[in-house]
Design a protein around this ligand. Structure first.
Ligand code: FE
Length: 254
């Protein structure tokens, strides 16, 4: 399995604190069956700044240390960038990193709203030849209240990554239900851990895929797993036309 979202690099955001943490997380991931992990440190989220060159160097260094430890897991470069107006300008400057140097770019929205300029910026990102992946939309409170906002962004070409722990219910019942609705509606393109540690925010990738297999069948699990591989290889992902999520009428009331 490939995990395309993680905070595995030590001491640069709210993920692994030191190399010991990183190693423990990697051992756990390897036991879960994960063979490749994209390191996606927070960038420009108001707390952490991690420019492309720093991340690339840290990934090279970590892969060397992994070899010394005899672990068979590979770390690839990425970045989790909070949406901001000058993002494309900074991409041109070389500060923004796509997932493993592909055309796929992680975009994080604020947790409680969707900025008005999102639609235009995601469009401009695509004009620049990149493909935006909105990370964990299932945890954004404005999207939970108004799922049509996300639907419209996907319709216009954006992809989404749902977090494994959302699917397994570790962020609560409401987020689990919404995650499954997004998956059912073809509005999810990737499942990833967004692992920060081994306690509250661990991997649970295998568990999430098991849950999706139970709910929707193994074909969808293969699609998600294959999409993660296609991103790492820089190829085009599978996607279906998204369906709108309709609020269900309450049964029994006519
Ligand atoms: Fe993250």
């Amino acid at each position: 399995m490939i995990d395309i979202h993680s905070h595995i690099l030590a001491g640069i955001d709210d993920g692994a604190k030191d190399f010991g943490d990183t190693l423990n997380m990697l051992r756990h991931a390897a036991n879960e069956g994960i063979t490749k992990i994209i390191a996606t440190p927070h960038h420009n989220n108001g707390k952490y700044v991690n420019n492309a060159s720093d991340i690339k160097n840290k990934v090279i260094e970590l892969n060397e240390r992994i070899k010394d430890q005899g672990l068979s897991i590979e770390i690839l470069p990425g970045q989790e960038t909070r949406i901001y107006g000058d993002l494309l300008e900074d991409y041109e400057k070389g500060e923004i990193l796509t997932l493993n140097h592909s055309k796929y770019l992680f975009i994080e929205l604020p947790s409680n709203h969707v900025p008005r300029y999102t639609k235009q910026l995601l469009f401009d990102i695509q004009l620049a030849g990149l493909l935006p992946i909105i990370v964990h939309p299932e945890r954004n409170s404005e999207i939970i209240e108004h799922p049509s906002i996300l639907y419209k962004l996907i319709e216009k070409g954006a992809a989404t990554q749902v977090t494994a722990s959302s699917v397994t219910g570790h962020f609560g019942k409401k987020i689990k239900k919404f995650s499954l609705q997004l998956i059912e509606a073809g509005q999810a393109h990737f499942i990833a851990s967004d692992a920060h540690n081994l306690s509250g925010r661990t991997f649970r990738l295998r568990e999430a895929y098991d849950e999706i297999g139970k709910e929707f069948g193994s074909e969808l699990v293969y699609m998600f797993q294959e999409n993660a591989e296609l991103v790492v290889e820089g190829n085009t992902i599978y996607r279906q036309p998204p369906l709108e999520i309709k609020k269900k009428k309450f049964l029994g009331i006519f």
